[in-house]
Write a protein that binds this ligand. Structure first.
Ligand code: AHR
Length: 511
């Protein structure tokens, strides 16, 4: 009698203190590798991303640089472990003629950037500058070719210029321009947003164009080892993906793109002064990524059940109004804890879909959209998004651990979103990392996480949070938001208890 009374009390006690979020982690089931390129970036000739961002010119004596590329930027991106960098666009890619950007800088012709601000560029940052910079960054280059206003020959020659080791007109020209060995660029985009700024094509028309371009894009050993990436769908344009998978021979197709921004096009709103409603709408748009990937992947599975072709989310991120007083064509925006939330949930989505998503590129690296770095003359700041990318880099090339998660709702008005998102992986040293993002703007989440299959002795972690969602780093206060040691997790046996503050990102390590 007493025994059953006691067990009833225990059950009651457990139920009133039970966690709002419960997670089960199957530690012994880690298989799928999370391709490090999921943590990739994107640098377009747009606003102050290249010029003023990466590149300040080799005659600049004020800002420390190597061949014109900022040393502080290289150091920060290396620390973040940037794995791959897409260039030169974006919409710009389909206006770019690469031959104008090689050879002596003084002799390079100018060009007008018709998509972004109508500014005149001097082509001083070109192919050598980009590829040598990637070597310094330790990042794989991903070049977007010009299909919209270029020619098959122009793109084919670009490949020959950067990848051919033997003697040819293009490789000889590369040598004359100071580079003996080829760079062996693996990732090549065949145009960008072919349905829009890349040529306003139909999916069927573009699929044929792709076949034509891809045939003449080879790595000059005829083994087709380069990865050709088709310009992908916008958001929920599933027909586009269907046609790419159906109409392009798979031996020519390494990846299919997808672009999705967390944006409300009818009310982009300020990057820093936003209401809770605007925050909620942004998060709803960011979380849509999961559904988009699921549905595009299902189409790809129909044609490619072995998942040989990657889904490449080569543009994603938050998109708001530009900062007051800046050129509207430059897309310069600040970056707050809201952006940390976008990054936290999106990277968890990518990890959990890593069997199909094998590359993604945040738009964009410096001074444009959801940037990881902002620059102002000789100063730089690292944004909250930078810190999330750096905290999550423990997942790069680790093996995904399947999780099941039950979380309660973050409600606003009549709508609701899941409060907590998570993903987990095991690295080559056997350490487990769990990344958790609580998007709830008001509620702390108590998480109860059960580890199945293996035993761990200790837990440590880092947290990114702040007192207001609108908080951000500025040139006056560059370290307002930065990762801190996290003390809200405790491990007893196989049960991990975690207290996750409102709008916070936490990465835990289990040993
Ligand atoms: O990232 C900014 C722009 O957004 C890119 O140039 C284009 O591809 C997309 O529409």
């Amino acid at each position: 009698m007493i025994k059953s009374f006691l067990s009833a009390c225990i059950i009651f006690w457990v139920s009133i203190t039970s966690a709002q979020t419960s997670i089960i982690l199957k530690a012994d089931s880690a298989k799928q590798v999370i391709n490090k390129n999921i943590y990739g970036h994107f640098a377009e000739h747009l606003g102050r991303c290249i010029y003023d961002g990466f590149y300040v010119g080799d005659s600049n004596k004020i800002i420390p640089n190597t061949d014109g590329v900022r040393n502080d930027v290289i150091a920060a991106l290396r620390k973040m472990k940037i794995p791959v960098l897409r260039w030169p666009g974006g919409c710009f890619a389909d206006t770019y003629h690469w031959k104008d950007g090689v050879g002596p800088k003084a002799k390079r012709p100018e060009m007008v950037n018709t998509w972004w601000g109508g500014v005149t560029e001097d082509n001083s940052f070109g192919t050598h500058d980009f590829l040598n910079m990637c070597e310094r960054l330790g990042a794989e280059p991903y070049i977007s070719g010009n299909v919209g206003s270029g020619t098959v020959q122009e793109l084919s020659q670009w490949l020959q210029y950067v990848n051919f080791d033997g003697k040819s007109p293009m490789s000889d020209w590369r040598r004359q321009n100071g580079r003996d060995k080829p760079w062996h660029v693996k990732y090549w985009g065949v145009g960008n947003e072919a349905w829009g700024c890349g040529g306003n094509m139909t999916a069927e028309y573009y699929a044929n164009i792709f076949r034509q371009y891809a045939t003449f894009m080879n790595d000059w050993s005829n083994d087709y080892k380069i990865t050709r990436i088709a310009s992908g769908a916008s958001d929920a344009d599933y027909h586009w993906t269907e046609v790419m998978m159906r109409d392009i021979p798979h031996r020519l197709l390494g990846g299919v793109g997808l672009h999705h921004y967390a944006v409300n096009w009818s009310d982009k709103s300020s990057a820093t002064e936003f209401t809770e409603q605007q925050y909620f709408t942004t998060m709803k748009s960011a979380l849509l990524m999961d559904e988009l990937i699921t549905k595009h992947s299902a189409i790809m599975d129909k044609y490619d059940p072995q998942k040989k072709i990657a889904l490449v989310v080569d543009e994603w991120g938050g998109w708001y109004n530009v900062e007051p007083g800046t050129n509207p064509g430059f897309l310069y925006q600040q970056n707050t804890m809201r952006d940390a939330m976008i990054a936290g949930v999106t990277l968890n989505i990518f990890n959990n879909h890593s069997n199909r998503v094998r590359m993604a590129n945040l738009a964009q690296t410096i001074n444009v959209l959801q940037a990881v770095i902002l620059t102002n003359k000789e100063k730089i700041i690292l944004t909250p998004t930078y810190h999330v990318m750096e905290m999550y880099n423990v997942h790069q090339n680790a093996r995904l651990i399947p999780i099941t998660i039950k979380t309660d709702d973050y409600t606003f008005g009549n709508e609701k979103l899941p409060s907590v998102s998570a993903s987990a992986s095991k690295d080559s040293a056997g350490l487990i990392h769990i990344s958790l993002t609580n998007i709830n703007s008001k509620e702390e989440e108590t998480i109860s996480l059960t580890i199945e299959g293996e035993k761990y002795k200790s837990v440590t972690g880092r947290i990114l949070t702040s007192s207001k969602l609108q908080d951000h780093n500025t040139f006056e206060e560059p370290e307002k938001i930065k990762p801190q040691i996290f003390k809200g997790a405790s491990l007893k046996g196989n049960l991990l208890s975690i207290k996750l503050p409102p709008f916070s990102v936490v990465v835990l390590e289990l040993k």
